[in-house]
Design a protein around this ligand. Sequence first.
Ligand SMILES: Nc1ncnc2c1ncn2[C@@H]1O[C@H](COP(=O)(O)OS(=O)(=O)O)[C@@H](OP(=O)(O)O)[C@H]1O
Length: 384
Amino acid sequence: MEYSLVCHSLHAFWSSPVKKKLLLLSIMLLVWVYMLYSCVGYCSTMPSLVVDSYRGKETGSALAKRTDSGRMDLVSRLLVQPQPWEDIESDYEDPSIRTAASRDLLNDEPETDRADEWDEMRGEQHRAPEPSAMSSFSNGSGSKKLPQAIIIGVKKGGTRALLEFLRVHPDIRAVGAEPHFFDRNYENGLEWYRDLMPKTLEGQITMEKTPSYFVTREAPARISAMSRDTKLIVVVRDPVTRAISDYTQTLSKKPDIPSFESLTFKNRTTGLIDTSWSAIQIGIYAKHLDNWLQYFPNGPDPVCERRRLISDPAGELGRAGLLRTKGFPCLKKAEGSSKPHCLGKTKGRTHPNIDPEVVQRLRDFYRPFNMKFYQMTGHNFGWD
Ligand SMILES: Nc1ncnc2c1ncn2[C@@H]1O[C@H](COP(=O)(O)OS(=O)(=O)O)[C@@H](OP(=O)(O)O)[C@H]1O
């Protein structure tokens, strides 16, 4: 009896249309709350491939200390546009690199473009960190290692472009500024050098580029003492246009220097070339390479060529055996950016017009050295 009464009242309750709607609404609300709860939990534990603007401004330790709830993560992901170019690599912030003197070998002039480094550092601040590096950064894992690969030259050869191409790859981590360890800072010791490097995980490659190593007499012995397995990479360029590019850089900083033509010759009448001028000397590649072969009998490998780096970067890197098997995307654009990150403002300066006779004289001067260089590397770069 009691049972039928309860059933009856329940039946009466369910049969009321208003109450039916109320119940339906409550169920929907419950389902919605449950779904939201699950989604928050799931998203907050997803590996982060992009950096939101807030995280991007933090340092590693700040990241570690952060105790955001998953809900905030979700909200920031939904509301804030992902800004993958806002992460800052700590290696660019290293004051010891920024203040490292950068001087020409023979001319007492800045060797590479400091302005470039700054531009590139700024550009770097807008780079998306690689997923693997990101995770090592955020969880504090990974360690600083001595570089396994170094771009050793040549100055004005396109070394910056090459490094930027390579470091797009998630398995490559590189220090952006030039450490100049094996030429100017050697007395600081290997620990100092290692400390400049970014943290890497197992399997990642640490790299740096300092183009003056190629012409530094002590560099091969020093690099070999660090590790004979160090992979040496050289980008070369037609020595005549390289010299003009080098001169153009100096001219942009010291507009009062003598003309290229007058610096080229010891004696213009006799046509004797001044090989003590660094702009000329750097281009005698065969001579410098000889020095490397004493410590690295296989020589730098690979030797890339600047023209090909411009016309077919992926092909040139593939030919050179760099990342051949990795499906390397060379000039990757950042999400949300129309520009590929590559070079600073000071690259691609207009060269001054040089007297064609002087250019020809220089071509004649370099020809035998170029031939020797082709022989040594087993590759005709076609500069003659
Ligand atoms: N994608 C690409 N590939 C190859 N080369 C490129 C590329 N982009 C720029 N460049 C030119 O490279 C020249 C600068 O070389 P570096 O980066 O080695 O200069 S530096 O030694 O670090 O100052 C510099 O040459 P100049 O313009 O003749 O001065 C750059 O314009």
